[in-house]
Design a protein around this ligand. Structure first.
Ligand code: SF4
Length: 355
């Protein structure tokens, strides 16, 4: 049965594969740099979101050596809005390592790829399979769903990746391994979709256990996790005479590492942490803060953030005032030159800052 499934998938893929900028056509093996860049960008993100970022990176840094020569801030600036900023840091580290230690040549085996920063088991499998034609099972969320349905895996979601990998190890992956991996991703994305899989017209329906059992749409089992909410105050401090705003560079560890942000309280699990102590760190007179009525809502992977934003126009007395060394005044016309995550852009918009 695995032989038949692979045959059907490759036949379907040859006619229906998605045209994506990091892929090659006519059976050519793609450039590992393009595969790596796309796979890092695609972690936790969708293909339509990634495509403009991918083009932007290639235009700026056409090769791994170009990327290795870029500064971290330049990479963060190009990455802003894509989220999960640790990926951008690791991308930079990895490009430097490949450039310096491997003479700009990607390692081709799964085990050697796993040694590189930002490359976990899935990404190592994807690069070795797609860019180097190694017969390694590649199991992303799409492939998990396809395998869970084909084999009617009624097991907890956390166990599906391991079980799918075990099943795929029995598949004949030696011939066109990269195309097999990508055929599964494309097939799951357009035929075996999350909602309403197209079972009636599916070329795999005769091999699909969940379809025979009438439980395809119930698999894989979903886990409903309730996200907690955290609360914070943000301050948007404007210097009156030149329309500059006070920003700080976030630490390299933790959320939104190395990006620019507005000063804020800790993001706490209880509604509205005590703010006055926070204001007094920055402002000689906090009675003049204008609090914006509607809080900002922002969704992170593991929690929601609800933030109240205050605006303060500073008089000439704090023209050169910088409360902490990691803070700086940035004129509104220059804000776009810095890497600002989406949350901070929301704060800026709420305060009427045109970036
Ligand atoms: S028959 Fe339905 S559930 Fe099974 S592989 Fe095809 S689309 Fe997916």
């Amino acid at each position: 049965m695995p032989d038949e499934i692979v045959k059907i998938l490759l036949t379907w893929y040859d006619k229906n594969q998605r045209i994506l900028p990091w892929r090659m056509v006519d059976g050519n093996v793609p450039n590992p740099y393009l595969v790596w860049l796309s796979e890092i960008m695609l972690q936790q993100t969708t293909v339509p979101t990634v495509i403009p970022y991918f083009y932007r990176f290639l235009e700026k840094w056409p090769s791994i050596s170009d990327l290795a020569r870029a500064s971290r801030d330049e990479i963060l600036h190009a990455w802003q809005g894509l989220g999960y900023y640790n990926r951008a840091h690791k991308l930079h580290e990895c490009s430097i390592l490949i450039s310096q230690k491997y003479n700009n040549i990607f390692p081709s085996t799964y085990n050697n790829l796993l040694l590189l920063p930002g490359i976990g088991p899935y990404t190592a499998a994807a690069i070795s399979s797609i860019a180097f034609n190694q017969p390694v099972p590649v199991v992303d969320g799409n492939v998990e769903r396809l395998m869970a349905r084909l084999y009617a895996l009624q097991i907890p979601k956390k166990d599906i990746k391991k079980r799918s990998t075990e099943i795929l190890q029995l598949f004949p992956l030696n011939h066109r391994p990269g195309d097999i991996a990508q055929s599964m991703m494309d097939f799951a994305n357009s035929i075996c979709t999350w909602a309403k899989p197209k079972c009636l017209s599916c070329p795999l329906k005769n091999h699909c256990k969940s379809q025979k059992l009438g439980i395809a749409e119930q698999l894989p089992k979903r886990e409903v996790k309730k996200k907690p909410t955290r609360y914070a105050y943000f301050l948007c401090i404007e210097r009156n005479h030149d329309k500059a705003f006070l920003f700080y560079k976030r630490p390299l560890k933790g959320l939104l590492p190395g990006l620019m942000g507005f000063p804020s309280t800790n993001w706490q699990p209880h509604a509205w942490p005590d703010a006055p102590a926070f204001y007094s760190q920055f402002l000689p007179n906090h009675d003049n803060i204008q609090w914006i009525d509607t809080p900002i809502q922002h969704t992170f992977t593991h929690f929601y953030l609800e933030a109240r934003v205050g605006k303060y126009v500073a008089s000439n007395s704090i023209i050169n005032y910088v409360p902490f060394p990691n803070m700086q005044w940035i004129k509104s016309c220059n804000i776009n030159k810095h890497a600002l995550p989406t949350l901070m852009k929301k704060v800026a918009k709420t305060c009427g800052i045109v970036c």
